[in-house]
Design a protein around this ligand. Structure first.
Ligand code: HEM
Length: 384
């Protein structure tokens, strides 16, 4: 999710939105989304997370989310800014703290976002989020200035260079691509691409320690398909149906994004018999689809097999919509799904995750800010 600087992608409409969204999707493709170069970047991050986990030597871990955010932040950081950070780098820690300040607390999608008057009684969260935005803005501005100074048309390094180049081309010089939109689009992509992915991963391992049998079945499948001598690759995905179904079930039940970003009706219409006048703000509820008893049998039960048929083929895909639907569907879906699959399967391949104390009781009620995160929990990771 994003929608932060006003004139980027998330809160833009019409031609401006179209232009920036098209540009961003193209730029993400050019810089590796769907290509092996991106896979290599993600695998490098996994290696670093695995090193962090290994250093814990089976001791209690209570900051798994932070480890995951380092990985997801670095992937999007290298697409946009052209480089990654070592996991113990001070600037990376600061960046993650900033993102956390933006995303924790009641968000743009919760009651106070829709009824801003509630912000008056939630001043601390609002201040934290504003400070977070202003820090992130300064960070991005610094990089844009440096990119403009060292820009070389013959050597396009990343998203920012691509945008600067597009701005220069007469034919592209529209209100869609301009300096303010560059800043806002980067804010959107960066913010939307980091926390959503790491929160989903945080949920994933919570579900795995709650359901060790499911974890074991994923591990057996991965070992059978991949062996023990190499990492899991995207090309293995179609042979890892049970692992894929497990990730789908995790997304169905976790609902990292409970709602979509607010949409506006572009004309008078009718939905399920309700008249919706033009310009009405609509906020579709994704969680209501994922818990709909007319679609899912026992919707509250964790059961990856609901996504598999007898031949072990994936089914029921169309009813799972964690990235929303339609023209404003999440443009980061492909990137996010690659990250989720590679990080989840490779970490399960290498480690056994479990509760610190078998008597630990875990709650699966989420805490809703802009995204919905799992309540704090602890786990341990031991080499398999
Ligand atoms: C598990 C990870 C993710 C989830 C669950 C997720 C979910 C969503 C959802 C539900 C929306 C709202 C769609 C709507 O309003 O109908 C959205 C929008 C958006 N997402 Fe994601 N997202 C994820 C990862 C990413 C990544 C990795 C990126 C960037 C590379 C990204 C960039 C965006 C942007 C820019 C929008 C606004 C699109 C627009 O308004 O046209 N997201 N996302």
């Amino acid at each position: 999710m994003g929608g932060f600087a006003g004139s980027g992608i998330v809160f833009a409409n019409g031609d401006d939105w179209k232009g920036r969204r098209r540009f961003s999707l193209q730029a993400m493709r050019d810089f590796g989304v769907g290509k092996s170069s991106l896979e290599e970047k993600i695998l490098e991050e996994i290696q670093n997370v695995a090193d962090d986990l290994e250093k814990m030597k089976g001791a209690e871990i209570s900051n798994l989310k932070e480890m995951m955010t380092k990985a997801s932040c670095n992937v999007i950081h290298s697409l946009i800014f052209g480089y990654r950070y070592k996991h113990d780098n001070e600037s990376l820690q600061q960046l993650i703290k900033t993102m956390d300040n933006i995303f924790s607390g009641p968000g743009a999608l919760s009651a106070s976002g829709i009824f801003p008057v509630l912000n008056l009684i939630m001043k601390d969260n609002l201040k934290m989020r504003r400070d977070g935005f202003s820090t992130l803005k300064k960070y991005i501005e610094k990089h844009i200035t440096e990119h403009r100074e060292s820009f070389d048309q013959e050597h396009i390094r990343d998203f920012i260079d691509m945008y600067v180049e597009a701005e220069k081309e007469e034919s592209e010089r529209t209100s869609a691509l301009n300096p303010a939109a560059l800043l806002a689009s980067i804010m959107d992509l960066f913010a939307a691409g980091t926390d959503t992915t790491s929160t989903t991963l945080d949920w994933s391992f919570k579900w795995m320690i709650q359901y060790p049998d499911v974890q074991k079945r994923c591990q057996e499948e991965i070992t059978k398909v991949v062996g023990s001598g190499r990492m899991v690759r995207l090309s293995d995905r179609r042979h890892l149906s049970y692992t894929e179904a497990t990730l789908m079930e995790i997304q169905r039940l976790s609902n990292t994004a409970i709602f979509t970003i607010p949409h506006v009706a572009v004309c008078d219409t009718t939905i399920n018999g309700y008249k919706i006048p033009k310009n009405t703000i609509l906020i579709p509820s994704l969680i209501s689809v994922h818990f709909d008893e007319t679609i899912w049998r026992d919707p509250k039960v964790f059961n990856p097999e609901r996504f598999l048929n007898q031949n072990n083929d994936i089914i029921n895909k169309e009813n799972l919509i964690p990235f929303s639907l339609g023209p404003r569907i999440c443009p980061g879906e492909s990137l996010a799904r690659s990250e989720l699959f590679l990080i989840f399967s490779n970490l399960l391949h290498r480690f056994e995750f479990s509760k610190v104390d078998p008597d630990d009781i875990l709650s699966f009620d989420g805490i809703t800010g802009i995204t919905t995160t799992p309540s704090p929990y602890r786990l341990k990771a031991e080499l398999r």
